[in-house]
Design a protein around this ligand. Structure first.
Ligand SMILES: NC(=O)c1ccc[n+]([C@@H]2O[C@H](COP(=O)([O-])OP(=O)(O)OC[C@H]3O[C@@H](n4cnc5c(N)ncnc54)[C@H](O)[C@@H]3O)[C@@H](O)[C@H]2O)c1
Ligand SMILES: [Zn+2]
Length: 401
């Protein structure tokens, strides 16, 4: 079978200190005159909404505000957002926040364009066509959702985290103003930053795009590992290795904030075309059961999954060690790969990432059930360079417990 990789991103990316001041003008150039701004209370309290609304209003864009955003957004929040957009007859949504508000706006935009129930769109390639314009203003350095084709939601009734995956839901415009991330508390900074590192590492270690076992006729937004995604991932890792500690412990350091914001963008462009894999697959049930943040859960699992993937990916792990600033001269690939895992563990210790599943309050008896659920996530399993069995996942979980 012939194979080619594809690359998608946001329609336009704007990056720079003070870029939020350009927002209104950029919206006008897209022909937008009425928007609903999708945000949440901490963002408003941090003073970020004012800057967004000022820029819109100065450019003559009428802005109503929906402030019902929440971490790991629920389907109820999506419905409320849809209602707010319909009520104000908005032409576009402008999300202001981290991955949670961006994903909420993506899901609402999908419903506004195509109707039905949000569950109709869960899974890969279920969105039937383009959605309305969506502008994503980023306030965390983490998820890359501003450029990705994923929206992750919490289905409380079914007790699971479910994703819409479609190239149609990538934002029309993604705006990164690093000054908007300065108010991020240290915990949010650490968790979001380690999520970005997980994205870069999972993309870089993923199954090669030529060997992804995609069932005939099925479309995935994930290609597997390919050269362009590799370049983006390596630079993201380098920036995170050099800047995440400082962004967490000295939040007013603008160089560190800007470098982390760029890293999250690059990692987002990488994973959203290459893949995320086993770390994310295990994190979804763990996050649901323990209510840890997505970043904390990923960070905890990342070194264990790197160790599991080592037999299939020693050379790539060597490159990861180098990107994270390790000296691997004179080491075998295996020794250098171990350095990569150690470097991740050291970074996580320095920024306070939880290290063991028991510390998140996960009962050990849950391990068999989680392992069964994880191997069922075919779309993530086929991207992992070493396809795990249920027993492998259970062993990873026991090691992390
Ligand atoms: N769609 C994707 O591609 C993708 C990828 C990875 C993760 N996610 C999802 O993204 C969510 C996590 O997003 P996140 O890590 O960006 O955090 P978040 O959006 O959940 O925000 C965390 C908290 O920080 C606050 N906050 C955000 N920016 C702030 C700022 N500048 N100042 C003060 N407070 C601020 C928010 O109000 C919120 O209370 C999860 O639901 C996760 O599943 C999505
Ligand atoms: Zn993630």
């Amino acid at each position: 079978m012939s194979r080619a990789w594809h690359f998608h991103s946001a329609g336009e990316i704007v990056f720079g200190r003070g870029a939020v001041q350009q927002l209104g003008g950029l919206a006008r150039r897209l022909g937008i005159e009425r928007v609903v701004v999708v945000t949440d209370t901490p963002i408003i309290k941090a003073g970020l909404l004012t800057q967004v609304v000022e820029s819109l209003v100065q450019a003559g864009v009428a802005a109503n505000v929906f402030d019902g955003g929440e971490p790991e957004p629920s389907l109820t929040a999506v419905q409320a957002c849809v209602k707010a957009a319909q009520k104000s007859n908005a032409q576009a949504l402008v999300s202001v926040g981290g991955g949670s508000n961006t994903d909420l706006a993506k899901a609402a935009t999908t419903l506004l364009a195509h109707g039905g129930s949000i569950r109709d769109y869960f899974g890969e390639d279920r969105v039937p066509g383009p959605v309305g314009p969506l502008i994503a203003v980023s306030t965390t350095a983490g998820t890359g959702s501003e450029v990705s084709g994923a929206a992750v939601l919490t289905d409380k009734e079914r007790h699971l985290r479910a994703s819409i995956l479609s190239n149609y839901i990538r934002p029309t415009l993604a705006l990164f103003d690093p000054l908007l991330t300065v108010t991020c508390p240290p915990r949010v900074t650490a968790d979001a930053g380690i999520d970005a590192l997980t994205h870069a590492i999972e993309a870089y270690l993923a199954t090669d795009y030529r060997y992804v076992a995609l069932p005939e006729g099925q479309i995935s937004i994930y290609n597997g590992k390919f050269p362009l995604a590799d370049c983006l991932a390596v630079e993201a890792m380098r920036l995170i290795g050099a800047n995440l500690r400082l962004a967490v412990h000295q939040g007013t350091n603008l160089e560190a904030r800007e470098n982390m914001h760029l890293a999250s963008l690059l990692a987002g462009m990488s994973f959203s075309n290459a893949a995320v894999a086993l770390v994310h697959a295990i994190e979804y049930p763990i996050g649901m059961l323990t209510h840890c943040t997505h970043g904390a859960g990923n960070g905890l699992l990342l070194p264990y999954v790197m160790e599991y993937n080592m037999p299939a990916r020693q050379r790539e792990l060597r490159e990861i060690a180098v990107a994270l600033g390790e000296n691997v001269d004179g080491l075998t690939d295996y020794q250098a790969a171990e350095r990569a895992v150690a470097a991740v563990r050291r970074l996580e210790a320095d920024i306070g990432t939880p290290m063991r599943l028991r510390d998140l309050g996960l009962p050990e008896e849950q391990i068999p059930g989680i392992s069964q659920e994880v191997v069922g996530l075919a779309r993530l399993m086929r991207n992992n360079p070493r396809p795990p069995t249920e027993a492998d996942v259970a062993a990873i979980l026991r090691a992390a417990w």
